[in-house]
Design a protein around this ligand. Structure first.
Ligand code: SF4
Length: 89
């Protein structure tokens, strides 16, 4: 599917995200990691497919198990899944 430059995933645009590792911190805590996560979240916040991306990541799968997807970290996605499961019960 052909998309316009503004309609695709922002994380795939190397003029916005030169290093895709931005979305995959090597640690889970610490000021550098927090800054990295915040930067990734800012990219996601302006992404035109954020909602769809997050839903795919919440459904899980190996490709979205780690890192920031749809503006949420791995831990935040886990909490969201639990909250949704409790709401559905
Ligand atoms: S919302 Fe998803 S597709 Fe968009 S920048 Fe974030 S990780 Fe990439």
């Amino acid at each position: 599917m052909k998309t316009t430059a503004n309609a695709g995933p922002r994380c795939a645009d190397r003029s916005i995200v030169p290093d895709p590792d931005l979305f995959f911190p090597v640690a889970t805590t610490g000021p550098d990691v927090e800054a990295q996560i915040e930067e990734a979240k800012q990219v996601c916040d302006a992404c035109p497919i954020r909602r769809e991306c997050l839903e795919v990541a919440l459904r899980g799968g190996p490709s979205t198990a780690h890192g920031t997807w749809g503006g949420l970290t791995e831990d935040e996605r886990r909490h969201t899944r639990r909250r949704r499961a409790r709401s559905a019960a």
